[in-house]
Design a protein around this ligand. Structure first.
Ligand SMILES: [Fe+2]
Ligand SMILES: [Fe+2]
Length: 283
């Protein structure tokens, strides 16, 4: 039987007072969107691969946050946990729609991959003590906030001059990922003082698992499309891998510092400017 985590009475929400985590329900029509909806096949298939990974990851986030909700007593953090659950529920639904369209493009390996991911994450939860289970949503949010920040800041690298419903959807998802970036970390740090466990979980489990899953699926998609069968595409593909890799490999060590909190002043600026820029999508 798992050891019960003690309740906490101190304040732990580190989301700034001027950031409101707001569940929104915009609609997107993906029917006319091409599978290469970003700047090129490399960026598009990377984001498509990520989309395949998202539903299981976000459902796991929802599940674990719910599971430990009774251990949190601070009203602000409780409200933020509830808002995060509602945001992630909507993201999952939208990603499932995208993934259904992607399956229709003829990638038979998607379904077995999804089954394996579900099995792997489920098994990891089963064998994890509470501290490691709590580190899972914090680890997943570590990646989604890093990717979201990159997608917002380096929009030209990803989207070029494209515009379509899938890009709008990603820009909305990125905003909400940034908005709730601190919640899972705050829950983890509220219940587990050894925040360095998150560094270990990232370096030894979730970073390798994420890299293999996302780059592996992207490689499969590009191979199946015949893109990687052409020698002239190897250079641009490798260039993409090296340019995107730091986004997923940076930052794991910051959790060793007990005083670390996810938001910083630059993040607030990025978030506010992006929110203003995509207000037409949010309304
Ligand atoms: Fe999400
Ligand atoms: Fe998230």
């Amino acid at each position: 039987m798992k050891k019960r985590i003690p309740q906490t009475k101190t304040a732990h929400s580190s989301t700034p007072e001027n950031i409101a985590i707001e569940p929104r329900r915009p609609e997107f029509d993906f029917s006319g969107v091409d599978k290469y909806w970003l700047k090129d096949p490399f960026t598009s298939q990377f984001m498509n691969a990520l989309s395949i990974v998202v539903p299981v990851s976000e459902r796991t986030v929802i599940d674990i946050v719910r599971k430990y909700a009774d251990n949190i007593t601070e009203p602000k953090l409780i409200r933020e946990m509830d808002a995060l659950i509602r945001q992630e529920g909507r993201h999952t639904l939208m990603h499932l729609r995208c993934n259904e369209l992607l399956k229709k493009c003829g990638y038979p390996a998607i379904r077995p991959f999804e089954r394996f991911q579900k099995f792997f994450v489920g098994k990891m939860r089963k064998i994890s003590p509470p501290a490691w289970e709590l580190a899972m949503p914090a680890a997943f949010e570590h990646f989604t906030s890093a990717i979201s920040r990159d997608f917002i800041v380096n929009n030209r690298f990803w989207a070029g001059d494209q515009s379509n419903a899938a890009i709008d959807f990603t820009r909305w998802h990125a905003l909400e990922e940034l908005e709730h970036q601190a919640v899972c970390f705050d829950v983890f740090a509220a219940l587990e003082k050894r925040t360095w466990l998150l560094t270990l979980a990232l370096i030894f489990i979730w970073m390798p698992a994420t890299l293999i899953s996302v780059y592996g699926m992207q490689f499969y998609f590009l191979l199946k499309d015949g893109i990687l069968l052409k020698r002239k595409n190897w250079g641009p593909y490798l260039k993409f891998v090296f340019q995107s890799l730091p986004m997923l490999t940076r930052g794991a060590l910051k959790y060793i510092d007990k005083a670390f909190r996810p938001w910083n002043p630059k993040d607030i600026q990025i978030y506010q400017a992006h929110k203003q820029e995509i207000r037409h999508i949010l309304s």
